[in-house]
Design a protein around this ligand. Structure first.
Ligand SMILES: Nc1ncnc2c1ncn2[C@@H]1O[C@H](COP(=O)(O)OP(=O)(O)OP(=O)(O)O)[C@@H](O)[C@H]1O
Length: 210
């Protein structure tokens, strides 16, 4: 996957969040989008994911040398973000069966294989609504990291994780990054320490007129 941003800008009402963003993201590289709270990291990730529209500029996707239209980008990506919810009414096994009907897992991993990798063997028949917040985050990350996708977008990936959970995240994301395009929206070093490139969204803020 190759993503070309040309003079991209986003505003909400009259407020420009960023402007003049020209950048290229490519497979085989991991990127960190950095910036303080409210700087526009999630906004940029949602635009890249095709969930949100830019206000100006161009965004082009290319996969295996062919252009991909924005409506089809979802087929190539997996995403986790604090605002995305898992289905609380399902048990863990039901959640994985449901998810894999739409998105198969990487490298022919079985659902029970994924449960093992998430360390949730003892909870496979537990309802997701009864998971702790850290368990839910591990589930969201496990689904994103282990879904078959060339692009992995991770917004604040270690929210609700304890030290062991953070180590688990680092281990599994690095084991599954080869050949993929990974973009992490973060301001916490341990979430993006494996990334090769850093994009500071505040470099694209518009200075108020004097
Ligand atoms: N739907 C919306 N309507 C209006 N303003 C919005 C909307 N979504 C985000 N914003 C504004 O855009 C700016 C950037 O928000 P965004 O969530 O992208 O920042 P962030 O860098 O991800 O922040 P955080 O680190 O706190 O998650 C903020 O000023 C926010 O209030």
């Amino acid at each position: 996957m190759l993503i070309n941003l040309k003079d991209l800008g986003k505003r909400y009402n009259y407020e420009w969040i960023f402007r003049n963003l020209t950048y290229t993201f490519e497979s085989g590289t991991s990127y960190a989008i950095l910036g303080h709270n409210g700087s526009g990291k999630s906004t940029l990730l949602t635009i890249i994911a095709g969930h949100n529209l830019a206000s100006e500029g161009k965004l082009d996707y290319t996969f295996a040398g062919k252009p991909v239209v924005a409506d089809e980008v979802y087929r190539h990506l997996s995403l986790t973000a604090p605002y995305l919810e898992v289905v609380e009414e399902f048990t863990l096994l039901e959640m994985l069966d449901f998810h894999t009907r739409f998105k198969p897992l990487r490298q022919n991993l079985s659902t029970s294989g994924l449960i093992d990798r998430m360390g949730l063997q003892r909870s496979k028949n537990k309802f997701v609504k009864d998971f702790s917040s850290g368990m839910k985050q591990r589930l969201k990350l496990g689904l994103a990291i282990y879904s078959s996708s060339s692009m992995l977008l991770l917004d604040e990936p270690t929210t609700n994780l304890d030290q062991e959970g953070v180590a688990w995240y680092q281990e599994h994301v690095t084991q599954n990054k080869e050949g993929r395009l990974i973009i992490v929206g973060s301001n916490i070093q341990h979430e993006y320490s494996f990334c090769d490139q850093q994009l500071r969204i505040s470099d694209y803020h518009v200075l108020p007129r004097k």
